[in-house]
Structures are given as C-alpha cells and as structure tokens.
Design a protein around this ligand. Structure first.
Ligand code: 7RM
Length: 653
C-alpha cells in the first residue's frame, strides 16, 4: 500500500551500515544477472575451504535437483570455530542465560573449540561416523550447541528435536532417519515447569531399534533412570576418555548432508528437510552478515530455540561462522515476568533482538512498563520472524522497545529456505510496518495466480514462488525425493512454490499474507491440519475431525477442531479433556486446540472432500460468508454448525 507509513533509516544507522540503498540495488542486480559469479565470490570471501569447488551450480527445478559448489571440501565446525582462534580466540562466542534470571555462563571461541573437540572425541569413541544420524533432544543449553558442532566436525547428520515435543514425535523422527545415538538431558527447565526429558526419551527409544546409545546431559540434580547397557551420563563419559584426542575435522563435500530438521506440511507426517554442507553454511553466514548488518562488537539475541530452523541459522551457525557473539536463552519471555527479554538486554548489552510477532504481541499486552523499566540503549536493530506481523505490534516494537531509533527487519523465510529470503537491509531499505519489503541478494521471487500464470508489475496478489536456486535451499526430503519434488515443484512446474500467499504493492514491496495450503501457523510454529486431525482421532472418542486456523490475538492463529463423535461418546468436558490430552501426547502442547466443537457432520462435497473453506469462515465468525452450500452432500450441516458455534461463543462471553 503506497499510503502506509514509511520508516526511513536514521543517520546514526546509515553511518555504520554495510550497504546503502544504491549499493543494494547494484549488488542485487548483479546477483541476478550473474548469480554464479555472485555466489562463487561470496563463497570464497565468507567461508574457508579445504579444497576449491570447480562448478558453482547445477540445477533442475523439474526434477528438483540442485547442487552448489561441486568439488569443494570444507568442514562446518572448522568454519565456526578453528578459523577464528587466531583473531578471536578470547572473544565470547556464546552467552548463556539460564531459566533463572542472572544464572548465566559465557564461553569464548577457544573454550567452545575445546569443548567441541572433546565431544567429537567422545562421539567417535561411541562409533559415530560421517553420515550417521544423531538425534538431539536438549533444552537451550550450551551443550546443545557443542553437540551440534561436534556432529558437524565428524560429518554426522544431526536432527534436533524441540524439547517440547512428545515421546511419539521424538520416536517418529528418530525412526524416520534411523539415528544411532540420542543426546538428551535428565530434565529441562522452562519457567516454573520442569520437563522430564529423559523419561520422555525412554518411552520414545523403547520403539527405536536403531538407537545404540543415549547420552544424558545433567542439567539439574533430579535423578533419572539409566539403562547401563545403553545410557551414559555425558559428563562421566567425557571424564572417562583415555586422553587421546580424536577431533580432526572431517573434510566434507559441499553437497554432503549436514542436518535434517522435521517440519509440518499439508499432508501426512512431518517431513525431514535435508540441508547440505556448503550451501547451507554459506547462506546462513551471508544472510546473517547482511540482514543484521553485523558489527564486530554485536551481541546477537535471537530468542528462538535451537529446535527450530531460526535457532540453527541465527543462534548457532550464522553467528559463529561470522565470529560473532550469540546469546542463548533457556527460558520463556514471561518468566519470572514480562520484562525478562529487556532484563537480558540490559544485563548482557544486546545490540540486536530477533524474535517472533507472537512474543511481541504477548509482551505488548502486559504494558510498556515491563519494557521501559530496563535500559535498552545497547539495542541498534530489531528483527521479527515466523509469521506476518500486524502493524500495531510492529509499531509497539518500534516505538516502545526500540525507542523509535532502531530499524526493524521483518524477515520472511522457511525451514526449507535455510535462511532469510525477503527482508529489508538496515540502512538500505526504508521499512513499512507489516511488510518484509524486498528480496535479498540472489533471491528471485515471483507471484503467480492459481493457474500458475505470473502476475507482472506491482499491485498484484497471488502465490509466492521462487524461480532460481539459492545456496541455502533444502535439497530433498530425507528418504523421499519424490515427495520433495511433488510438494515444492509440481504445483507450478519449474518453480519452487513456498505455500504462502503474497502481495506486491505499488512500490514493489512484498507482503506475506499467510499460508494458502493446509498448514497452520500457531504462535510461529508450523502444524499440518492433517497431523492435528489424526491426533484428535487417536483419542478414540472422535470418528472424524476437521481442523482449521482461527484468528487469535496473541498466537496469530489458534486451532479450531470440528469433531464428529463416536456413538458411545457424548459431548462432555471429559471427552474434551481426553481429546486435549491425546493431542499433547501425540504431538505437543503447541498443537492443543483452542476450540473443540462437537458437530453432527462435516460439510463435504459429494465426492467426500471436507470443505475447509466453509469451516474457516465459520471459525472466523463470518457466518454469512460461507457462500453457496447447495452443492454439498448434506447442505443442512452448515446451518447446524453455525448455530452451535454461535451459541458456544455467546455462552463463553
Ligand atoms: C523461519 C520460519 C515458515 C512459514 C512461512 C510463512 C511464515 C515466516 C514470516 C512469515 C510472514 C514473515 N520457518 N513466515 N516468516 N510470514 N512474515 N516474516 O518461520 O518453516 O517454521 O515457517 O512461516 O508462512 O511459510 S518455518
């Protein structure tokens, strides 16, 4: 919208900025006219190679095959640690802020390097080799970073599973990629709650035949069961090493797998997004440097958990590869109160804050005083990620948190893209509240209509696609390349389809409007409707369920579940509780429905397809917008559902 407010960059920001507006335009143009030369140059400048690559890019968006930097050899942990030792050995690599305010620990590059070498030796002594898969189910503690880096040193493929996931979710991920080792902790701490990680892991591993060992980090004093033939305390295992160092970094091929991260799609089980060594590392390194306009003395506070891609790219790999200082936060934004982020900013003098719109909305609700109580003079840049940010939340973040002096980078990207794709560059691109603005270097977005016809020019709305590869893109779905091709390259042949709707305004700015597929975004977390529905049915009470997203003022999207009960169950609170408990057990608390509506039947087409569009409208409270229902198999169910939802909402208020 050309009439939305535009925030230009202050002279203060401009004076220390990496690229200005005309440099952005120049560099962007070159990254499109000669992408291979652009990325080859970035690869040489930003990474340290053991052997040079001889072919920059090989790609085919019809077969979904992409290869970058063929022939090159490098090691991720060497790039994140060893290469900084000469110049930044005593610089802080990670600052850790624990669950309790002030419980902190810092580790320099030299110390982190040492810790990673020891853990590498330990993992090798347990038989972990290049290509093996290692599951990491840990809280936000320094050991998590150490274990991830140790995997990359060996060339083992890590798969980090968010510590909030259930035993079933953990089991399925381990089995999907056949992990031989699981690294967990006895217990996690999140606010006033403890999380029984080892007990949950035990239930999972019961049904994981590929797991040979479980390493257990001792986070708290709480005891836990240990199976002597399988389980080992991490600290004891380290202490028991014979002393011989076995930490030489494995030189990896550019396209060797680096990690797998599971993410929800519109159908079936979560898919294992596979990222490879050189392309991912280069893209995380490059985007971190440019999007956050990195300065040597920055303290980067990204609030994401390492269980998500944002934690991988912008807590760990992007910052460390650049030799920056990164802050890891174990707890939640509201513990002990809504001032926690700003307390952390004040004590650790954070210069960049990168968080999710859902957190911003939750904190804004608690009032400005929780923010203004703390000194935020150190902050020079703010960032958001995970979902569209509404202009109100943007303006609060800008004026209250940033005192009106810090640019905001609204970064659009996905687990699949490895790093940021669309975002303003501070100092180069004026911002508009709610817009991710412009593509980064080498990113070629386009908007198409439902038939796949490109919508040219400005002032258009449609589906967001990308027409050319970038180094950080996922390479495959682990073990299922056809699913990869189908999901991303078959809707609009020859293009990568993001699953997002998007508008390009009169100024050529991009506005992401949200998912256009059956993927929900609940508090920045991705969930498939199919996944939640099958969890609900697992409760045994429900014959059929249909799940849709509904507007939620803090979470962005909440979950509404329309459930048809089995004959021997009644729509009571007990039934409701049973369903909620099952969803938490099968997926995690993130997937807990906000509304459960017991209905007699679901609106379906005559061929049996559930009409989610109708349920979405009802969930949004737009009862009159359900449209023509006469073609449904049983048109009468719609009026019944509307009445039920209206009544349930009226009695709640
Ligand atoms: C990094 C991450 C990806 C989905 C994506 C979008 C949504 C992410 C923004 C956004 C609007 C943003 N990975 N999304 N960032 N929507 N503006 N700045 O979130 O795989 O978990 O989710 O998130 O729908 O497709 S993710």
């Amino acid at each position: 919208m050309s009439h939305s407010p535009v925030f230009n960059v202050s002279p203060e920001t401009l004076s220390r900025t990496r690229v200005n507006a005309s440099q952005y335009a120049q560099m962007y143009a070159r990254s499109l006219s000669n992408p291979e030369a652009f990325w080859a140059e970035q690869a040489q400048e930003l990474l340290e190679w053991r052997a040079p690559f001889h072919k920059t890019l090989d790609w085919n968006f019809h077969t979904a095959d992409v290869r970058w930097f063929e022939g090159g050899k490098l090691n991720v942990s060497e790039n994140c640690l060893d290469r900084h030792l000469a110049t930044r050995g005593d610089k802080i690599a990670l600052i850790w802020e624990g669950n309790e305010p002030g419980d902190t620990r810092s580790i320099t590059y030299r110390e982190l390097h040492r810790a990673v070498c020891e853990t590498t030796t330990l993992l090798r002594s347990l038989g972990v080799k290049k290509g093996d898969r290692v599951a990491i189910y840990l809280p936000m503690i320094i050991e998590a970073a150490v274990c991830m880096l140790a995997c990359t040193r060996i060339g083992a493929v890590h798969t980090v599973v968010f510590a909030g996931f259930s035993a079933e979710a953990l089991r399925d991920r381990i089995n999907d990629c056949g992990c031989s080792l699981l690294i967990t902790a006895n217990e996690g701490l999140r606010g006033s709650k403890t999380i029984p990680l080892k007990a949950t892991a035990d239930v999972a591993v019961e049904e994981c035949p590929s797991i040979r060992n479980v390493l257990v980090v001792q986070r708290t004093d709480a005891p836990c069961d240990m199976r002597p033939d399988r389980d080992m305390w991490y600290h004891q295992a380290l202490a028991g090493l014979s002393g011989a160092d076995d930490s030489t970094p494995e030189p990896m091929d550019s396209e060797d797998p680096m990690f797998i991260l599971y993410t929800s799609g519109s159908t079936g089980k979560p898919k294992g997004v596979l990222h490879t060594t050189a392309g991912y590392l280069l893209y995380a390194t490059h985007t971190f440097r440019y999007v956050f306009d990195l300065q040597e003395d920055d303290v980067h506070f990204c609030t994401a958990d390492i269980g998500w891609i944002t934690g991988h790219s912008y807590v760990l790999y992007g910052p460390l590869s650049n030799g920056a200082t990164s802050l890891m936060f174990e707890s939640v934004p509201t513990y002990p109160d809504a001032g926690r982020y700003w307390d952390i900013v004040e004590r650790h003098k954070a210069t960049i804050v990168y968080t999710a719109p859902t957190a911003i909305r939750a904190l804004a609700k608690e009032g400005d005083e929780y923010v203004t109580r703390y000194c935020r003079d150190s902050i020079r840049l703010l960032g958001t990620v995970g979902e569209p940010i509404n202009p109100d939340a943007w303006l609060w973040y800008h004026s209250v948190v940033g005192e009106g002096r810090c640019p905001i980078v609204d970064t659009w990207w996905q687990t699949e893209t490895g790093g940021v794709m669309i975002s303003p560059l501070p100092g180069a691109i004026p911002t508009k509240p709610g817009s991710a603005t412009r593509p980064l270097f080498g990113v070629q977005p386009l908007i198409v209509d439902e038939q796949g016809k490109e919508l040219l020019g400005n002032g258009v709305t449609g589906r967001l696609c990308i027409r050319f590869p970038w180094p950080g893109m996922m390479r495959t779905v682990y073990g299922d390349h056809e699913r990869f091709r189908q999901t991303y390259f078959s809707t609009f042949p020859g293009l990568y389809f993001t699953g997002d709707g998007c508008r390009r305004d009169e100024d050529g700015y991009y506005w992401i409007t949200g998912r256009v597929d059956d993927v929900l975004n609940v508090a920045g977390h991705r969930l498939g409707t199919a996944e939640v529905e099958s969890a609900i049915v697992r409760s045994g009470a429900v014959a059929e369920a249909a799940v849709v997203g509904v507007p939620h003022d803090v979470k962005g999207q909440g979950i509404a579940a329309f459930c048809v009960l089995h004959a021997d169950f009644s729509p009571t609170n007990d039934t409701r509780t049973k369903i909620l408990a099952t969803v938490r057990e099968v997926i995690s608390a993130i997937a807990t429905p906000d509304h459960i509506w017991f209905v007699a039947g679901l609106p379906k087409t005559r061929s049996g397809k559930i009409m989610r569009r109708i349920l979405r409208k009802i969930g949004e409270g737009e009862y009159s917008a359900v449209g023509d229902v006469s073609t449904l198999a049983e048109p009468g169910v719609v009026a019944e559902i509307v009445q039920l939802v209206e009544t349930s909402r009226a009695t709640k208020k």
